[in-house]
Ligand binder design. Sequence first.
Ligand SMILES: Cc1cc2nc3c(=O)[nH]c(=O)nc-3n(C[C@H](O)[C@H](O)[C@H](O)COP(=O)(O)OP(=O)(O)OC[C@H]3O[C@@H](n4cnc5c(N)ncnc54)[C@H](O)[C@@H]3O)c2cc1C
Length: 328
Amino acid sequence: MNHYLVFLEQRGGVVKQASLELWNMLQAYVARQEACVLSGLLLGAVNLQQLDGKLHGDGRIFYTNNPCFDGYNAEYDVRLIAETFTQQACTALFFADTVLSKELAPKLSIRLKASLLSGVPQFNQSGCDYGARRAVYSGAAFALLQPECAPKIYTVSSFPTFVANPSQGQREFIALDHNSPSLSGGLLAVASQLVMCQGAKDLTEADIIVAGGRGMGGADGFVLLERLAELLGGAVGASRPVVDEGWRPHSEQIGQTGKSVAPALYIACGISGSVQHLAGIGAAGTIVALNTDRHAPIFDVADYGIAGDVHFILSKLIDAVQDVLKRK
Ligand SMILES: Cc1cc2nc3c(=O)[nH]c(=O)nc-3n(C[C@H](O)[C@H](O)[C@H](O)COP(=O)(O)OP(=O)(O)OC[C@H]3O[C@@H](n4cnc5c(N)ncnc54)[C@H](O)[C@@H]3O)c2cc1C
């Protein structure tokens, strides 16, 4: 029997949307198999009621509000995830592809002697046990990736919408033992925690991304993008030349040598749409492009396009969004 364990990542007591979507997506795969169950693991002080109506299908959620998990301490996370995975005889472990998962998944892969596939954009249609598909050569081809051995660990970067009635299914919450051996022993302490860019959204988890390219004309042009992203509750992204010019930090670069993103809405402003940039937005939902050059390749992949000066269009767009928000 297959037993999938999903790490339900939380920050500040709020479970990440990407983790919730991952759980719901996996329910679709679980439903197609005869013998397969899904469990979740939630570490840290979280009000479990926030999950009402957000998690679909059946499953057990293991949780602990042990204060060890209040701050950032990957070592404790690794210990308890490994212990739960082993005790519950799980066969595969799933993470949303977040910054934290990039630290936890490789460590767990060593500890559990598991195969790790990271940044999986798309599972094989037959199910996650049949490997994953990933775009290679700037989207010119697909590679089929198969984990070498069991157990398997996946970090998943995009989640097709799972259509189901959230009221269906039952979740059982099971408290983990506070005196777990994983949480004792060793001298582990967080001396200080550095919080960068407070309020800014992690690009890989953002539902809406407003990205700028060389057409923004300089670092100052990004003030408009920041304003629009703030109004829409999204994040700001950038093309490589923007980062190379030092207009924006590398953490915002999208594309082949930057991040792969999967927002529901991607607004590309003054971006030409090179293959290297497009390699990072293959999983985006609706793409809107703003560009003076009506023959720019970005219009080939855009769902909506506006040909014109980006500064002018963005100012109008910001006014319009403000108007709509005021009327709400
Ligand atoms: C190995 C390799 C890896 C790479 N990795 C990446 C990567 O990860 N990410 C990435 O983005 N690139 C990457 N690149 C670079 C890539 O090839 C392109 O050079 C880059 O994506 C172009 O960025 P851009 O669209 O911002 O700039 P440009 O191609 O210069 O396009 C600027 C666009 O802005 C438009 N424009 C100009 N003024 C205005 C205005 N006032 N209003 C509206 N539109 C305007 C222009 O018409 C043009 O289409 C990589 C290249 C290589 C070789």
